[in-house]
Design a protein around this ligand. Sequence first.
Ligand SMILES: Cc1cc2nc3c(=O)[nH]c(=O)nc-3n(C[C@H](O)[C@H](O)[C@H](O)COP(=O)(O)OP(=O)(O)OC[C@H]3O[C@@H](n4cnc5c(N)ncnc54)[C@H](O)[C@@H]3O)c2cc1C
Length: 479
Amino acid sequence: MVDNRQDPLRLPTARPLDEADIREFASNVRGQLIRPEDDGYDEARAVFYGGIDRRPALIVRPKDATDVSRVVALARETGIELAIRSGGHSVAGHGTTEGGIVLDLSEMKALEIDLEGRTAWAQTGLTAGEYMAAVGAHGLATGFGDTGSVGIGGITLGGGVGYLVRKHGLTIDDLLAADVVTADGRLLRADAKTHPDLFWAIRGGGGNFGVATRFHYRLHEVDSIVGGMLILPATPEVIASFVAEAEAAPEELSAIANVMTAPPMPFVPPEAHGQLIIMAMLVYAGEEVDEGERAIAPFRALAKPIADMVKPMRYPEIYPPEEEDYHPTAVARTMFLDAVDLPVAETIVEHLQASSAQMAVAQIRVLGGAMARVSAEATAFAHRKRRIMVNVAALYERPDEAAVHEPWVRAFAAALSQGDGGAYVGFLGEEGEERIREAYPGSTWERLEEIKGRYDPTNLFRLNQNIRPAAQPTSDAVS
Ligand SMILES: Cc1cc2nc3c(=O)[nH]c(=O)nc-3n(C[C@H](O)[C@H](O)[C@H](O)COP(=O)(O)OP(=O)(O)OC[C@H]3O[C@@H](n4cnc5c(N)ncnc54)[C@H](O)[C@@H]3O)c2cc1C
């Protein structure tokens, strides 16, 4: 195979920022600058996952797209590593850098809702929970994931698999346009008509193509739902039947089964603590409460629930407040499966029971529905026909435990593998190029390399699940 990728040597060799760089830069931006000697530096450099302890030379919180463009220029001119952070939940810790610049979008949270047109323009410093609280006040929703503190930046660019996946598809299926600052510093509007190649690539291709400053989303009427947490005992039979019920359920219902050891939480009766449970999250996003209750009934009938908190609620309530200082250390592996039948469920139970981690989990997400009706070529997320996504993870306390939990995760993932695994880019850790390629099957990878070559030929945006730029004829520059 011909390797037509170019070495990213056209950026200057990285050099440390000096006082003159910082002074000049500071005089040109409106946003906040935070340096190692400043108060609040340690808080500002922290990301969601624990065990990621990097010390950036500069953290910038831009106020607007012009500031973003200036940060991009500083990285381009100095060659210094640039981390882009929206909600800071990157599994690989890509929201921070050792010695580089962090572009932290958390001050850019403007949201304009067009109630009549049923759309919203959202700046990318918003979290999914913040966005949902604001649009949910109008009985409207765009589908994000299962966690409110995840940034809309990272989850949208990766695809976005959540509680509305079967009813309304991925987050990117509701993305109508985006404003993107590209490597040359320009602010481009990408949509189906303008820069359609860029628009295709950012719907699943991650942060490789520029800094998204705003997204334009479609809004759906999702006011009341029947949903919440249902805890069941996790025997192999219950796990396999749960997945079968979730596949057979109406598309209004999306289900996530977290198979794990019961934590000592107030809603788990003490006798269940330490037992293997399914902590399921169910969302029925249909019109009628009765129909929702009917759709949930088969899950309740699988075994005597340990706890049942499924009820009619307003959709934003599915994102409860989170502990701000929760920074788990984790090792994880993501894959797609075709089936979770009894033998697979037995494998899941066996491996979870063998783990010594503080928390070991197999998260099973049943896909299909609206997500599967979009063609694999329509966006850079090509796993449209995959039926089930599984993430296995060990959460632990001390860094030296990694030596035990990493082989456990690898062995568990290998035992579950059903051949053509694939990967969802949003859940990839630092796992190497082979695994990044698994996120982009078929011709998706080559197309992404080619588009990367046109919009980011020097690989300025490289601290991500990186797609290296294909060499471009000079006449192919983007205009
Ligand atoms: C607890 C938890 C729950 C999750 N649940 C789900 C889920 O239910 N469904 C799902 O699909 N995913 C889920 N994810 C995965 C999540 O979507 C990805 O980790 C995502 O990248 C996080 O986005 P972020 O903005 O919070 O992270 P960040 O660390 O801020 O960003 C991650 C990467 O995305 C890129 N990026 C972010 N914002 C921008 C931007 N504005 N412009 C350009 N590039 C940008 C950068 O490359 C950055 O390194 C979950 C992750 C965690 C930790």
